[in-house]
Write a protein that binds this ligand. Structure first.
Ligand code: ADP
Length: 268
């Protein structure tokens, strides 16, 4: 892989956790999806969230992307509250400007790629750096070309997304997320919409990025081999709670919780 450097522009404040959930509860009507959830992710680590469908994994990513808000609890990213801000020494719900600033530290790759269909590949990648970060257009384009080289799509800069395969679109989506130099990359089932023959290429690319950069990753995945390969830590979810967590060698070979054992024997 070429020596493109998608490392974060700013290090984690204080060298502590990069992500911290304290007592986060999320309900949809009567459905308590996350129940007083506490968890942390250290900088430069790769964490995967596994567990049965409906256990709340994607909700965590959506909270981090501020697509939804928690009903209770706080979320911090690199030491700053994402959900709140401090005003006159008090913690109050975060305003839009504050949320936008903290959210810049987070990039996300979605199941369905979510590229802008009316923009060529290069513009898909430069759009947010230019309009959100205020990056100079030439600089953004130079970086976008480096990232396209990294994801193996140098020749597709002028193509429209619909002309690309699902695997290629997902590579562009990965380049687009990295173009913002996020401190953390969220991956939401990034291969589940791909034809089976395209899955391995995208997972290999993510493995390369995990190994060759110090970006922090939080991945929701059903790809247990990928989880085993890239993770420093695996969190097993059930009904909105972390029922077991640990290094992949432990979780995948000798889990303590019978629910983890049951889940893994069904999916492995
Ligand atoms: P997972 O990613 O573990 O499969 P999710 O976080 O997607 O689980 O969903 C957890 C629960 O929250 C599910 O019961 C789901 O139906 C519910 N849910 C998620 N989003 C919404 C929503 N926007 N409105 C109502 N219920 C939702």
């Amino acid at each position: 892989m070429p020596a493109t450097d998608p490392t974060p522009a700013t290090p984690a404040a204080g060298g502590g956790e990069l992500i911290r959930f304290d007592g986060v509860t999320k309900r949809f009507g009567d459905n308590v999806v996350l129940d007083h959830l506490d968890f942390t992710v250290d900088p430069c680590k790769h964490v995967t969230l596994i567990g049965p469908s409906g256990s709340g994994k994607t909700t965590i990513l959506r909270l981090l992307m501020t697509l939804i808000k928690p009903d209770e609890g706080t979320i911090r990213v690199a030491g700053d509250y994402l959900t709140h801000e401090e005003k006159d020494g008090k913690l109050v719900p975060a305003g839009e400007k504050h949320v936008r600033e903290v959210r810049k530290r987070i990039g996300m790759v979605f199941q369905q790629f979510n590229l802008f269909p009316n923009m060529k590949v290069l513009r898909n990648i430069t759009e947010a750096p230019v309009h959100v970060l205020g990056m100079d257009k030439d600089e953004a384009e130079a970086r976008a070309r480096e990232l396209l080289e990294m994801v193996g799509l140098s020749d597709k800069a002028d193509a429209y997304p619909t002309r690309l395969s699902g695997g290629q679109q997902q590579r562009v989506a990965i380049a687009r997320a990295l173009a913002m130099r996020p401190q953390v990359l969220l991956l939401d089932e990034v291969t589940s919409a791909l034809d089976p023959e395209l899955v391995a290429g995208v997972l290999d690319l993510l493995r390369d990025i995990a190994r060759s950069t110090d970006i922090t990753m939080v991945a929701v995945t059903h790809e247990m081999n990928f989880a085993r390969d890239i993770s420093d830590k695996v969190l097993m979810f059930d009904h909105g709670r972390v029922i077991e967590s640990g290094p992949p060698e432990k979780i995948f070979t000798d889990p303590d919780n019978p629910r983890t054992q049951e889940f893994l024997s069904a999916v492995l």
